[in-house]
Design a protein around this ligand. Structure first.
Ligand SMILES: [Zn+2]
Length: 58
């Protein structure tokens, strides 16, 4: 059964459950902010290479 990546919608068999992470780069008046989303998504290897994320905690 084919499954789609939740990030790019590509059909992929090698999916991993992750939390999406939003990174706001620091600027002159704010520190870098890292937000870990509570929701679980399944990402392909390409998205895991290119986008910040956190593997699901066992
Ligand atoms: Zn993907």
């Amino acid at each position: 059964m084919a499954t789609k990546c939740d990030s790019c919608a590509r059909e992929e068999s090698d999916l991993l459950a992750v939390h999406r992470v939003y990174v706001t780069p620091e600027s002159w008046d704010t520190e870098e902010k890292v937000e870990v989303m509570a929701g679980v998504e399944r990402w392909c290897v390409v998205c895991r290479l290119h986008y910040p994320h956190q593997p699901l905690q066992e």
